[in-house]
Design a protein around this ligand. Structure first.
Ligand SMILES: [Zn+2]
Length: 428
């Protein structure tokens, strides 16, 4: 049995509870106790008396392999960016090896910046799962379902069968969970959406989808189906507690109430929406209506990093300015979005430090200049820290990052591989 302690000058057990000078005791994959005194038989201690210990952070919307497209096409509207740059680059370069290396890079970046679980959707997602397991990060993965040929499936008529075999391969894994991921209401026919949702129900999995990301998407779905994307999904019975809807930028008041009523979780992707000028999701209104709002970075081609601490800092400030009210989205609400709410969106027991919960723990360096002094550690997580302050990370009871070094990634070899793929992309 593995047994060790994680020490913090401040231990944030959840957004509204901070313990001073405590140890989180990890036994195998679980938190066994949180105590003020170090049990005498424990000799292995991570963290330190000045550090901030908190639940591992959860990123609920990513496209991990796209990390290799970081910085390839910037400053463009969503449809131009997608159709003139991303789709052609994907058609040309995305294969199993690209997805595997890109996902290793993403998992390395995420673990180094404090993320312990992420929800991903792309193609060749088996490779995302393989990379996640290798790095030791928890992942919810979804093989993209579209009405068009994709890099991993030439015949769209086979998309549901293709997904079924994908789910069968992953359904019993403890670290990587399959999901069902139809890309969006404008890229899937109603028949495909219904079949995808039935598949999620059959295997009791999360159903993730891009929803109402831009005004043009909403107009296109209205033109094709005489309904908004939210109305279309609801008419097909695709909105429920298992639905994780990414973006939700363009919503009416009635649609917000409907998402709350159907218990849909939302992944808010503020920086991606800002960068593509898609708009600002009505997050304070969704929270007020009772929607479970979590946070995602989206893919690196539209962010351009996977630093969830920087993302939540942006989120907390963005909505203050849209509401012209500094009390909106306070630090506790913001912290819950990247911990407990993310866990709830994925049906996961983490997001809180408590005996019996999964041992997913992030440690921030209390000796970094931007972390001194500590009046309020939750404030530091939201307003002072960046992912660069993450010192140690434990996932599923295993130390994945220690003293800023990844223990599971050959960092130099990975950088070399990523550079070689970048050179290949540059040659066209
Ligand atoms: Zn996305």
């Amino acid at each position: 049995m593995s047994r060790f302690a994680v020490q913090g000058g401040h231990v944030i057990t959840h957004a509204r509870s901070v313990l001073k000078d405590h140890y989180v005791i990890v036994e195998d994959s679980t938190i066994s106790a949180i105590t003020a005194d170090l049990p005498p038989d424990i000799t292995s201690v991570l963290g330190g008396p000045q550090d901030i210990v908190m639940p591992g952070l959860i990123n609920t919307h990513t496209h991990a392999p796209m990390t290799l497209f970081r910085g390839m096409a910037d400053d463009l509207p969503l449809m131009t960016w997608l159709q003139d740059y991303i789709f052609p680059a994907e058609a040309k370069h995305v294969n199993r090896d690209f997805v595997y290396v890109g996902s290793l890079l993403a998992a390395w970046e995420m673990t180094r910046s404090g993320t312990t679980a992420f929800c991903d959707g792309y193609f060749y997602e088996d490779e995302v799962g393989r990379a996640a397991k290798e790095v030791g990060i928890r992942a919810w993965i979804g093989e993209g379902i579209l009405q068009f040929p994709t890099p991993s499936l030439k015949d769209p008529k086979r998309t549901i069968d293709h997904n079924r075999s994908f789910i069968e391969r992953w359904k019993d894994d403890r670290l990587v969970r399959p999901t069902v991921f139809p890309h969006a209401a404008y890229t899937c026919t109603p028949a495909i959406l219904s079949a995808a949702y039935a598949l999620a129900e059959e295997y009791d999995l999360a159903f993730q989808i891009h929803l109402s990301e831009t005004a043009s998407e909403v107009e296109q779905v209205r033109r094709d189906h005489s309904m908004s994307p939210v109305e279309l999904l609801d008419s097909l019975g695709c909105l429920s507690e298992r639905t994780l809807a990414a973006h939700c930028v363009v919503l009416s008041e009635a649609e917000i109430d409907l998402l709350a009523k159907r218990k849909v979780s939302v992944s808010h992707n503020a920086e991606s929406n800002m960068k593509l000028a898609s708009g600002i999701a009505p997050v304070p209104r969704m929270i007020e209506a009772g929607v479970n709002v979590s946070v995602g970075t989206d893919g690196c081609a539209s962010n351009n990093n996977l630093d969830i601490i920087s993302e939540i800092s942006t989120v907390a400030k963005l909505h203050k300015i849209t509401c012209m009210d500094p009390t909106v989205l306070d630090e506790c609400t913001a912290l819950a979005m990247v911990t407990r709410n993310g866990a709830r969106a994925l049906g996961f027991a983490g997001g809180v430090l408590e005996p019996g919960r999964p041992a997913d723990i992030t440690v921030l360096d209390g000796k970094a200049p931007n972390m001194v002094p500590v009046h309020n550690p939750v404030s530091h997580v939201i307003y002072a820290a960046t992912g660069g302050n993450v010192k140690d990370v434990v996932i599923d009871g295993k130390v994945v990052v220690k003293d800023y070094r990844s223990l599971t990634v050959d960092e130099d070899a990975l950088i070399r591989e990523c550079r070689s793929i970048q050179q290949h992309i540059s040659r066209g």
